[in-house]
Design a protein. Structure first.
Lengths: 477, 359
């Protein structure tokens, strides 16, 4: 994975840069000792690491602005960082950059149940946003599985999803406003506690821009009333095709579950060995969850059962109580851990049209044989987001490269069938070089124009998202 | 000019000698006075429709009515409930789906499933340089590169001409019910907000001609349960309407029936919900409230723009949709802070350097 060579000029000026930052920030907000900056050398794509020039840990929007202003004036690239949970290398530094980590900014600023929003400092974790409102019967819907650790700033940067997004949408559908500090230190407010943009939807384009348009220091988020209850069912099938057809029929029937999870045989077997959740040994299984009052749940599940049984499943399992519901979810929630216990694994994130699932799974199985690497598939069947888990051995020379090559072929396949490279994790560095598989030059140019406007010097997270040769002249600028 | 393919559209834009007036259904007056007409209705037709995946890919010049008929034939619809503004604005014409997206046109159900931009999965458009650009795709989970889909929704043709759109659709519910109560404005809006804060997943929250209106859609048992639970929770007298009667109430809110034959200037206000009553009270006139108070249609005497925008303050923004005498020079678009306006200008300049789409 190529990264731009660090600027020798900047490396040479490190003392001046650090001194300038220390001049405008509190003493504990700037760190540059190697043993301290090591903690920021990578994110959750830990195969790639590089210690930055320095790390800034601001406590306020004003401090963020002050730091960016200095970096802008001195031509120093900045890599914003939330909690560093990115699986795509979104927060990977270069040796000449300043990492700006906003984890210390985590306060709740305003909670308004009447207008149903919460305003928070963007370093607050996703789960802590729901935590602030759940005692009052509310929740913040986008819930990535890293929610215990991931920061709202990162959620906004990557337009994060989560298990609830089939029903409630992803971050961009739940984001009302942000305070954004641009690379030159200017602070703007996009959106607010109302329901439509006044002019161009700049908030909509900032969400998902992977820290390249500005640093989000505050966010106004939609909060929703908690549903009365939820309950899952588990359905096992003899074939991926039939499982896919069942999903399609449930959706056509007008039922909108809150989640539809799919697991294939390799994943089911690995999970059973690890978590012993009592899953059937079959080719495919679905976990479908619905929400509402007990009677509403019964009504929806009765309809789902009717549809599922018409597809002749291997098993249809209901939850008669909380414990059984927990056990239905247990395997799925242990899936990644189960795969990780067997081996190192790489988790992919492409999205496909849901109707393509059987074909894509067949092709993945063929490629698995070609590459000589095992793979298990977890799939958000309601929205098409796939998580192939490719097993490899990090200690075996060449295995990582082979795994990455296999992963790239899977992602190309996703694009080929009408899907996309990434449904949740973002491009970062991981899929940067595949962007030309999905986008034509004019498509990338249109996106880069937006960055030209927000960050003309291309200093914010410059080595991400777009292939390096496409951005070379802009970054050199 | 009436291109029938994306390539022809690209050529038409590249060859344009001056400003273009992009014309879908002609339901709005858009375009500089001397602009050349560019009709989009030649770019029509469905490219893909997968009901089981809730996905529709359609060319932008397709009539909205045709889109809605196709979806209805599979017991589906667009979730965001497109308003029909013709009576309100005194225009005729046949809306195109491209126009709907360009305006981010969204009706009462916006409170439940989001606006048009939240159902939009992908776009293809031709920008002011003639470049054909695509963004997004036809899948719901897509964070590959920047989200220009959101940027194009509601961009009112400033950045390019839409040629194809991917939309997420939804199934028609089994049934619908509306509960309605006569309430003074403050109390009525408070009831709407209370309903939106309930777990009962309402799909409409409006206040029209003295009544608070709340809609519940879904499976029959669920709807009956939720309607009753809401009436209990909100307290007081609530009449119950279903079927055609229910639908008619929402068509009235959606199309602002109450203000259709009124004289005066028509304003569209986007506000923080708890401020709606205060804002309307500050300027008087007649009003219809939607989105739980988050959308206010106001019919005011001419010349009240300054008062309205001052009353609004930091709580939202207002657009002048139909000026009357006294509002000849009132700015129709909401005022944006200078920094935001500068960013928008710069984006427009890059997508439309020759200012072909400027109005």
């Amino acid at each position: 994975m190529q990264m731009p060579a660090p600027s020798q000029a900047i490396l040479g000026r490190k003392p001046a840069i650090v001194a300038a930052l220390r001049d405008v920030l509190p003493p504990d907000a700037v760190i540059d000792a190697p043993e301290e900056t090591r903690a920021y050398e990578c994110d959750a794509l830990s195969a790639y690491a590089c210690k930055p020039l320095a790390v800034v840990l601001p406590r306020s929007t004003a401090e963020v602005a002050a730091a960016l202003k200095i970096c802008h004036a001195m031509g120093v690239p900045v890599v914003p960082r939330g909690s560093g949970t990115s699986l795509a290398g979104g927060a990977l530094p270069t040796a000449d950059c300043v990492v700006l980590a906003i984890g210390r900014m985590n306060r709740v600023l305003e909670t308004d149940y009447d207008n149903r929003f919460i305003r928070v400092e963007a370093g607050r974790t996703n789960l802590a946003v729901t935590g602030a409102v759940e005692a009052d019967g509310f929740f913040y819907a986008p819930d990535p599985s890293s929610q215990l650790a991931c920061a709202i700033a990162g959620n906004v940067a990557m337009n994060s999803g989560g298990a609830h997004c089939l029903k409630y949408g992803v971050t961009t559908n739940n984001l009302l406003g942000v305070t954004l500090v641009q690379m030159d230190g200017s602070v703007i407010e996009l959106g607010g506690p109302w329901m439509e943009a006044a002019g161009l939807d700049l908030l909509g384009v900032v969400c998902g821009s992977e820290g390249q348009l500005g640093v989000v220091t505050e966010a106004t988020l939609r909060i929703l009333p908690k549903p009365e209850g939820a309950r899952p069912v588990l359905v096992g099938f003899d074939s991926n095709e039939i499982a896919g057809a069942c999903v399609s029929d449930i959706i056509k029937a007008g039922i909108l579950p809150v989640a539809i999870e799919f697991m294939d045989r390799p994943c089911i077997r690995a999970t059973e060995a690890f978590a012993k959740a009592g899953y059937p040994d079959c080719e495919a299984l679905l976990i479908i969850e619905v929400e509402g009052s007990p009677a509403e749940i019964d009504e929806q599940l009765a309809r789902i059962k009717e549809i599922a049984l018409s597809h002749d499943p291997v098993e249809f399992r209901e939850a008669r109580d909380e414990d059984q519901a927990r056990r239905i979810w247990l395997g799925r929630k242990s899936a990644f851990g189960a795969m990780g216990q067997i081996n190192d694994y790489m988790c992919l994130d492409g999205t496909i049209p849901v109707s393509s699932l059987p074909y894509v799974l067949r092709r993945i199985a063929e490629m698995s044989a070609e590459f000589g690497l095992d793979v298990g598939n977890v799939f958000h069947a309601g929205d098409g987001n796939m998580h192939p888990l490719i097993l490899y051995n990090a200690n075996k020379p060449g295995d990582l490269e082979r795994c990455e090559a296999f992963g790239a072929e899977i992602l190309k396949l996703c694009v080929e069938v009408g899907g996309c490279l990434t449904g949740e994790h973002g491009v970062g560095i991981e899929k940067r070089d595949l962007m030309t598989v999905q986008f034509a030059p004019a498509d990338l140019e249109a996106q880069m124009r937006i960055k030209d406007v927000f960050d003309p010097k291309w200093l914010l997270n410059p080595a991400k998202v777009f292939p390096l040769d496409t951005t070379a002249s802009r970054r050199a600028g | 000019m009436r291109p029938e393919t994306e390539a022809e559209l690209s050529e038409a834009i590249r060859g344009a000698k001056g400003p273009l007036a992009v014309h879908g259904g002609g339901t709005r007056a858009i375009g500089a006075p001397q602009a050349q007409l560019l009709e989009t209705t030649g770019l029509a037709g469905v490219e893909l429709y997968e009901p089981g995946a809730l996905t529709l890919v359609v060319r932008a010049g397709t009539a909205l009515a045709d889109v809605e008929a196709l979806l209805a034939s599979e017991q589906q619809r667009l979730s965001f409930e497109v308003p029909d503004m013709r009576a309100l604005l005194g225009r005729d014409g046949v809306s195109t789906i491209g126009g709907v997206v360009a305006a981010n046109a969204s009706g009462p159900r916006r409170v439940q499933g989001g606006a048009c931009r939240d159902s939009l999965l992908g776009v293809r458009f031709v920008d002011g340089t003639g470049a054909v650009v695509k963004n997004g795709g036809r899948v719901m989970k897509n964070v590959t590169g920047y989200d220009l889909v959101k940027l194009m929704a509601g961009s009112r043709g400033q950045l390019g001409v839409l040629s194809a759109l991917s939309l997420r659709v939804q199934a028609l519910p089994e049934t619908e019910v509306t509960i309605a109560a006569e309430r003074p404005l403050e109390a009525g809006l408070a009831a709407l907000r209370a309903a939106l804060s309930s777990p009962f997943d309402i799909s409409g929250a409006g206040y029209d001609r003295g009544r608070a209106l709340i809609r519940i859609e879904g499976m029959a048992g669920s709807v009956a349960y939720r309607a009753e639970a809401l009436r209990q929770r909100l307290g007081g007298e609530w009449a119950v309407f279903s079927g055609q009667e229910s639908a008619a109430l929402w068509a009235g809110v959606r199309d602002v029936a109450a203000l259709q034959d009124g004289a005066g200037s028509l304003w569209r206000v986007i506000a923080k919900q708890t401020e709606a009553a205060r804002i309307a009270g500050a300027v008087g006139g007649r009003a219809v409230f939607d989105w739980g108070g988050g959308l206010i249609w106001l019919l005011l005497p001419g010349g009240m723009g300054h008062d309205l925008r001052r009353a609004l303050g930091d709580s939202g923004h207002a657009s002048l949709w139909r000026p009357s005498a006294g509002d000849e020079t009132t700015p129709t678009a909401p005022e944006e802070p200078p920094a935001i306006a500068a960013l928008s200008r710069a984006i427009r300049a890059r997508f439309d350097p020759r200012q072909i789409f400027a109005t």
